[in-house]
Design a protein around this ligand. Structure first.
Ligand SMILES: NC(=O)C1=CN([C@@H]2O[C@H](COP(=O)(O)OP(=O)(O)OC[C@H]3O[C@@H](n4cnc5c(N)ncnc54)[C@H](O)[C@@H]3O)[C@@H](O)[C@H]2O)C=CC1
Ligand SMILES: O=C(CO)[C@H](O)[C@H](O)COP(=O)(O)O
Length: 301
């Protein structure tokens, strides 16, 4: 099969490499010329514009978008759409909001597959986990490429109709937030508790046979090994967590569906809290304790 890939960053280049390794042809485009050159070095046919890209793809277009979620997806689809028809297929492999994917599927002249992608840059070696929504015929048609990009045939499946792929990926990310939070809390207690413990040793021991072993726990072990010392397990890593859009969507959806997800919400709240200097609510509680009990008011230096 011939696949066109737009967006050749951390994730898109892996889509290119694994598709080529699977014995398929790739036409590659990115706004960044260096990224296009890297894809060409790997064996893809470079395109220098969307016009050039669609021309090189020929009649039946199979296109994978791996650009940042949001405006870049819309801008790319606007440019592509005049060149598409209902026998073509577009896959959005980024972290798009599922409602936007449903709207884009309705507006797109081609069959549209929303594809949640998990595995991160580490997926270069082992392949990704792909959660796909959209028309069954388009999923079936793309299966050889999904086999190559995913860990294999078991690493991808059609979750359901349009939006279902990005919906499942959204919830996956909510789970990711909560797992990170619970590992963080456990290690925080261990690092500040009553024994003099080594976090890397604990993570390594847990990763070998413990009930709570996982890839995220292997990444905890890696973080302690690469960032810290036994006395200071995370070195100069800051108390600040960026991102948050997929977790926010998960919490919004839980409110709409009236399904309680307190752990995921709490993990999201901790993430927002990490960006605050001096929480207003805690300052007010500090002052209120004086109000009702004449307790000491701690004041800024
Ligand atoms: N990095 C990760 O661990 C994961 C990322 N994702 C999702 O995959 C998508 C891509 O992420 P990354 O590869 O990490 O981003 P990235 O920032 O590494 O790469 C994005 C690429 O898209 C290109 N680009 C941006 N706008 C473009 C446009 N209009 N036309 C053509 N090219 C354009 C950029 O030049 C860049 O090369 C995002 O939606 C992200 O949320 C999903 C799972 C994991
Ligand atoms: O999807 C991912 C992992 O599964 C990406 O790494 C994503 O960028 C993480 O989301 P956030 O920025 O909200 O932490």
């Amino acid at each position: 099969m011939q696949l066109g890939v737009i967006g050749l960053g951390r994730m898109g280049q892996i889509v290119v490499d694994r598709t080529l390794d699977g014995g398929h042809d790739v036409v590659a485009f990115d706004l960044d010329d260096d990224a296009v050159a890297t894809a060409a070095d790997a064996g893809a046919t470079p395109a220098d514009s969307i016009g050039d890209f669609v021309e090189q793809l020929g009649a039946e277009k199979r296109i994978w978008l791996m650009v940042p979620a949001g405006k870049a997806v819309d801008a790319t689809l606007d440019d592509l759409d005049p060149h598409l028809n209902d026998e073509d297929i577009v896959v959005d492999g980024g972290n798009s909001k599922f409602q936007r994917s449903v709207e884009r599927a309705e507006a797109c002249s081609a069959a549209y597959l929303d594809c949640g992608t998990s595995g991160g840059p580490a997926g270069a070696e082992v392949g990704f986990s792909l959660m796909i929504g959209g028309p069954a015929w388009a999923y079936d048609e793309m299966t050889p490429v999904f086999d190559a990009v995913a860990t294999g045939p078991d690493g991808h499946d059609r979750m359901g109709e349009s939006g279902a792929g990005h919906y499942v990926k959204m919830v996956h990310n909510g789970v990711e937030y909560a797992l990170m939070q619970t590992y963080g809390e456990g290690f925080e207690l261990l690092a500040n508790g009553r024994y003099d413990l080594d976090m890397e040793t604990i993570a390594r021991t847990w990763n070998n046979g413990a009930v709570i072993r996982s890839w995220l726990l292997e990444l905890c072990e890696e973080a302690f090994r690469e960032e810290g010392t036994p006395e200071d397990p995370l070195g100069d890593v800051a108390d600040h967590i960026a991102g948050g859009s997929t977790g926010t969507w998960t919490v919004e959806e839980s409110l709409e569906q009236e399904v309680p997800i307190p752990l995921i919400y709490q993990a999201l709240a901790e993430r927002f809290d990490s960006r605050n200097e001096g929480r207003f609510s805690r300052r007010l509680a500090n002052r209120l304790r004086y109000g009702f009990g004449r307790h000491h008011i701690a004041r800024n230096e």
